[in-house]
Design a protein around this ligand. Structure first.
Ligand SMILES: Cc1cc2nc3c(=O)[nH]c(=O)nc-3n(C[C@H](O)[C@H](O)[C@H](O)COP(=O)(O)O)c2cc1C
Length: 323
């Protein structure tokens, strides 16, 4: 497997971890359109500890995936060590890195001292990084993903990132919103820059990487080693290759309604090929249908779809309405 430093010298537009979204089908389609690395949804170290088959489903890459970045969440260092060791063994050469979630703002998570709650406990967070590194072994890089801080107005990220660097994190991804902001408002890029000033490990920017132009701007600026694209990839798997085109001065292709319907069909077929639950299709329809004539009626019809064939019929109807 490639070390992170080497990887970052040549590839730096990543698909961010998104719970409920970045399953194998989602990762495959984004990688096919230029994502240089794709993260799993966040994976519970407690789930690994209790041998949950559902948890392992999130970890194991599909045979067509070249590699995978696995993101872990939890609060017990020993469980991180155990999970990292088992994942390193089972995923083997396809394991690009293990990332630790110190960013999730959801109550169910922070109430257990997991996710962004770790930013209030740098000592515990450092122990988790050390434990994960012990479990993963020398060949696997361990990174962390953080927020600006927990509560609006109290920026913790630069100091906290320094502590994670000292604990052995190989890189830090920063989402420039406070946990208390969830996904509202705008992500503060100044915070990402302050983290970059504070540490000497690579910094990965997350937050509002919503179009190719913004990604090219951030990477062109040279302050960060990579960007992570999250919501900007909804219905737009081309965002990765478009960002690269933009950086090399090429014109961007237009992704018209016909192209969106083709991509939706491809994505839905991937859901089936990767044995995902077809319920995942519903949000995909909403995202890919943006800009397609009659989208709102089609979205409503999607509510009654229960099989791939139902969805394919819907796409056929949408195609007949194209100009
Ligand atoms: C539906 C959804 C699920 C997410 N799940 C995770 C997750 O499991 N782990 C994580 O570190 N961040 C998660 N995030 C945060 C994203 O990785 C990213 O940091 C955030 O959305 C900011 O990027 P954006 O403004 O480009 O969307 C999630 C975001 C969304 C919208």
């Amino acid at each position: 497997m490639m070390r992170l430093d080497e990887r970052l010298s040549s590839s730096n537009v990543f698909l961010a971890p998104m719970a409920g979204v970045t399953d194998a089908a989602y990762r495959l389609i984004c990688r096919a359109h230029g994502a240089d690395l794709a993260y799993t949804e966040m994976v519970s170290v407690a789930g690994i500890h209790f041998r949950s088959a559902k948890t392992w489903e999130l970890v194991i890459p599909h045979p067509d995936e070249p590699e995978i970045a696995v993101q872990l969440f939890g609060s017990i260092p020993a469980q991180f060590e155990e999970a990292a060791a088992q994942i390193a063994e089972r995923v083997g050469e396809k394991l690009a890195l293990i990332d630790i979630n110190m960013a999730c703002p959801v109550r169910k998570v922070v109430s257990k001292g997991e996710g962004s709650a770790l930013m209030d406990d740098p000592g515990k967070a450092a122990e988790i990084v050390e434990a994960t590194r012990r479990g993963a072994g020398d060949a696997v890089d361990v990174t962390v993903k953080i927020r600006r801080g927990r509560t609006t107005g109290t920026e913790l990220a630069p100091e906290f990132a320094k502590a994670m660097e000292a604990a052995g994190a190989a890189a830090v991804a920063v989402h420039g919103r406070y946990a208390s902001e969830f996904y509202r408002g705008t992500s503060d890029f100044g915070c990402v820059e302050r983290v970059a000033d504070a540490v000497s490990i690579p910094v990965i920017a997350s937050g509002d990487m919503l179009n190719a132009h913004r990604i090219a701007e951030v990477l062109g600026d040279g302050r960060v080693a990579a960007v992570m694209v999250a919501r900007g990839s909804y219905g737009n798997p081309w965002i990765f290759e478009d960002a690269k085109r933009m950086m090399s001065g090429e014109d961007l292709p237009v992704h018209d309604a016909a192209a969106k319907l083709d991509a939706l069909e491809e994505h839905l077929r991937l859901l089936v090929a990767t044995e995902a639950h077809i319920a995942r299709a519903r949000s995909l329809v909403g995202w890919y249908m943006r800009g397609v004539p009659g989208a709102s009626a089609l979205r409503n019809s999607a509510m009654t779809c229960t099989s791939l064939d139902d969805y394919l019929d819907l796409i056929e109807i949408a195609r007949t309405r194209l100009p």
